[in-house]
Design a protein around this ligand. Structure first.
Ligand code: UN1
Length: 521
């Protein structure tokens, strides 16, 4: 491909080419990047290139921010219903291609076909939700202490916003950031994860084809350093990020140093708590889904299981029986339940963390089957597959700073085990047993993260106690820890979140600022 010349400009991405050729979207033009080559590969079949192109370079960040700035005034003054209509048309376009894009998503990211297609439809649902924003409340109205006056609080867009998204929901997470950004009148520069560029191109293509004006959405495909370039650009008015806590805090620091609003949706180490009175079949099913769907690559995934002593053996028996019937393999095969991780190097990292956890005292309670041989024929290359793994962390190996003494029940002692503390982003579940409800809640709180938790109980009073006891942004009672609806706030406490939450009215909080109008006749 000829990089960065005017002859490389095209009006749409080259959909028909095999593999599809990726372009950047800047100022309404689909252009080749001036950087090095980029290819996304199928993690289940590493020889298969899913899409290819060239990467953006730092100068493209400047071009994209300028294009977004040039488009900002006209887009902000387009009536919100008109902005919403673009989102509704893009939603319809995604729905019409859900099967095709779902397969591309499974091939590029590694989640199953059902999850991939479901994610495309979810992106469409999110676009539709925000498409209706013009019909919802646009601000607030207060009485005034002075005669003849009313006080109005109105909302305005931030201006040009940057959006940096991760690999694990390559179309849904971008939709839930880009849709509110656009409908509230911002223009956008988006840097998707470079491991899943094809799905980014598909979302951009749907919005572009739905009549988004040139420059309202700009897409830069390339290395993570582009995110840093973006937050440092003087023309940027806000940045929304989803990804690791480390990168998020670095970007938050950059944004703060320039006085730019930042929204960070970061890590999780989410606990499912199964109490003695729980419906164990339901709990086993939901823990299975929470821990192992998408190969555990969700910030909301269940990565810790805290189970009441009385039912621990029974729950683990039901969970492992379900896992025995769980097929791991090529995610484009509809009978497969779990695919690979996004890359072989991600899988290597998870394997190393499991080995470290075992060395620190964790006991392997379950390790599933490796995928069928045909899905991974490069025998010498590391595999992107990690089998579903359950690690039990016995109280004796909890190894907190205070040891097992100190008058605390042994099961309450904080654990330093890698599998208990660190977000592994893989199909690994760390288990601890609890002697009481209080211990179970204390163990759930033994984490620096606070995104999501799941509680399994039949007792409403215990559920209400959990609302107060667990410092999390999202609490599921009798359902898995993952999942998010577009009309309610999404985000975490502690190290999991920073700034206003996402989705629903919370998104408006981030993507707009207020003007308080003292209005006298
Ligand atoms: C979900 O649980 O369905 O990166 C969504 C993540 C979250 C989204 C989770 N931001 O996994």
């Amino acid at each position: 491909m000829t990089a960065g010349t005017d002859t490389a400009r095209v009006s749409t991405p080259l959909r028909s080419a095999h593999p599809p050729q990726l372009r950047l979207l800047i100022g309404g033009d689909w252009v080749a990047g001036d950087g090095g080559p980029l290819a996304s590969r199928n993690p289940a079949r590493p020889d298969e290139v899913v899409a290819e192109g060239t990467q953006a370079v730092p100068a493209d960040v400047d071009r994209a921010v300028r294009a977004a700035r040039a488009a900002a005034r006209a887009w902000a003054s387009t009536p919100i219903h008109g902005r919403g209509a673009v989102l509704a048309r893009a939603a319809a376009a995604l729905e019409g291609r859900a099967d095709e894009l779902g397969l591309e998503l499974a091939r590029e990211e590694g989640k199953t076909l059902a999850e991939g297609t479901g994610e495309v439809l979810r992106a469409a649902q999110i676009l539709r939700y925000y498409a209706g924003e013009g019909d919802r409340a646009a601000g607030e109205h207060f009485a005034s202490p002075r005669r003849g006056e009313r006080i109005l609080v109105t909302r305005k867009p931030l201006g040009v916003v940057g959006i940096v998204t991760p690999f694990n929901f390559p179309i849904a997470i971008p939709a839930w950031k880009i849709a509110p950004a656009l409908v509230y009148g911002n223009t956008v520069v988006w840097k998707p994860a470079s491991t899943v560029p094809l799905l980014a191109a598909r979302l951009a293509e749907a919005l572009d084809g739905a009549g988004l004006p040139a420059g309202a959405l700009n897409v830069l495909i390339g290395p993570g350093s582009l995110g840093t370039e973006l937050v440092r650009h003087p023309g940027l008015d806000g940045l929304s990020f989803t990804g690791s806590t480390g990168v998020g805090r670095m970007l938050a620091g950059e944004a703060a140093s320039r006085g730019v609003p930042f929204q960070g949706e970061m890590g999780g180490k989410n606990a499912a708590i199964v109490l003695a009175d729980a419906d164990l079949d339901l709990a086993a099913e939901q823990v299975l889904f929470g821990a192992f769907r998408s190969s555990g690559q969700k910030c909301t995934a269940t990565s810790r299981l805290i189970v009441a002593d009385e039912v621990a053996d029974e729950l683990l028996a039901r969970l492992t029986a379900r896992l025995d019937a769980w097929r791991v393999g090529d995610p484009s095969d509809p009978s497969v339940h779990m695919g690979p991780l996004v890359t072989a190097s991600a899988a290597e990292g998870v394997r190393a963390a499991v080995a470290a956890a075992e060395a620190e005292g964790a006991r392997v309670a379950y390790r599933g089957q490796a995928p069928d041989g045909d899905a991974h024929d490069g025998a010498d290359a590391p595999s992107a597959f990690v089998p579903p793994t359950i690690l039990e962390i016995p109280a004796a190996a909890a190894g907190g700073e205070h040891g097992a003494g100190g008058g605390q029940p042994a099961s309450c002692v904080p654990s330093r085990n890698t599998a208990w503390r660190e977000e592994l982003f893989g199909p690994v579940l760390a288990v601890r047993r609890a002697g009481s409800v209080e211990e179970a809640f204390a163990l759930a709180e033994d984490s620096e993260f606070g995104l999501s938790a799941a509680l399994f109980t039949r007792d409403i009073a215990t559920a209400l106690e959990a609302v107060d006891a667990l410092d999390v942004g999202i609490l599921h009672v009798n359902s898995e820890s993952a999942g998010a609806d577009p009309h309610v706030p999404f985000g975490g406490a502690k190290k999991s979140g920073y700034g206003p939450k996402e989705q629903g009215a919370a998104a408006r909080e981030f993507f707009t600022h207020t003007t308080t109008v003292y209005l006298r006749g």
